[in-house]
Write a protein that binds this ligand. Structure first.
Ligand SMILES: Nc1ncnc2c1ncn2[C@@H]1O[C@H](COP(=O)(O)OP(=O)(O)OP(=O)(O)O)[C@@H](O)[C@H]1O
Length: 300
């Protein structure tokens, strides 16, 4: 997969605040890329820079392997903040105005309305739309001109649960039509549910990056029991080089394995110590606990 966006060593300073610190990120073509981080971690600044509305203090970026230009910009649709739609105009009328501003042909309006599932409500006034529909119209506006990439900043912020579900489904839908999506979110759950790839930001620094599945696959938790009393399991586990961390959790011993170690090796290691484990369960750590660990490590 080629990278549609490459960011190299991006830094941004606002006075005494180092908003971004040597950030390097690659966004693969066709991915739904989540920029995950708590408030103030630099997500909006990153998106602002790559959309050419904020100047970087240092570093560079390329879209489609090229520096930013008018032509490149036309290939990117963005929604950084909620557009000001006219409440008394219909969804269609609002998108017509948006297409005039963007200098995009009016024929694009119907296409956009269809993409965001509002074609059958296009004659309704904007003020009558649900929160989810309003946000879908905003995404429709970003899709005018049929860009290859869609950039969204916190696309579900301020929505009700129904709206959140609608917008997440829409993002998956738009991606299924071949577009790359870059979205910023402070919600771990959102990135886990929607994104294929992710970068974790903390105080302007990159903490992790890669396919969501591989980031989640590291540091699995393993629960063992049986074959020996719990105290003994715990004691042996703590002597094994392939175990990074061991503690008792209810009637089991919870282990974190070192990177690259699988559960078969663990089983064998116990067997070598004369213990045939009764039960061994691998549970993938939730993205949330990993994320919190990354944050914790950063603060340490
Ligand atoms: N125009 C500005 N002037 C001064 N400091 C700024 C400015 N914009 C952002 N910052 C600071 O830069 C840091 C990164 O902010 P940024 O908005 O990029 O983070 P974020 O992850 O998008 O957070 P949020 O979701 O709260 O917007 C924060 O410490 C913020 O206070």
């Amino acid at each position: 997969m080629a990278d549609i966006l490459e960011i190299q060593g991006l830094s941004k300073r606002y006075g005494s605040v180092q908003a971004l610190d040597q950030l390097s990120i690659n966004v693969p073509e066709g991915s739904i890329f989540g920029l995950l981080g708590p408030n103030g971690s630099g997500k909006t600044t990153t998106l602002g820079i790559v959309l050419d509305v904020i100047n970087a203090s240092a570093g560079s970026f390329q879209w489609f392997g090229q520096p930013m230009s008018k032509t490149t910009k036309r290939r990117i649709g963005a929604l950084l903040e909620t557009p000001n739609f006219y409440p008394y105009l219909t969804g269609e009328q609002n998108l017509r105005i948006a297409s005039d501003v963007k200098r995009v042909d009016h024929s694009q309006v119907q296409r956009s309305l269809e993409m965001v599932g509002l074609a059958n409500r296009k004659h309704d006034k904007f003020k009558g739309y649900s929160l989810g529909m309003k946000q879908r119209l905003a995404i429709g506006s970003a899709l005018l001109g049929n860009p290859e990439v869609l950039v969204l900043d916190e696309p579900t912020n301020g929505l009700d649960p129904e709206g959140i579900a609608e917008v997440r489904a829409l993002i998956l839908d738009v991606a299924a039509q071949g577009k790359t999506i870059v979205l910023a979110s402070h919600l771990l759950d959102e990135v886990e549910k929607v994104c294929t790839h992710m970068a974790v930001l903390r105080t302007g620094k990159l903490k992790a990056q890669g396919p969501v599945s591989s980031i989640m696959a590291t540091n699995d938790l393993v629960f063992i029991s049986g074959g020996a009393p719990l105290e003994q399991l715990l004691q042996v586990a703590r002597t094994l080089p392939l175990v990074a961390q061991a503690q008792q959790v209810q009637q089991q011993v919870q282990l974190t394995l070192r990177e690259g170690v699988d559960s078969t090796a663990l089983n064998r290691a116990f067997f070598d110590q004369g213990i045939a484990l009764g039960q061994l369960v691998v549970r993938k750590k939730s993205l949330e606990s990993q994320f919190l660990e990354i944050i914790k490590a950063d603060n340490a």
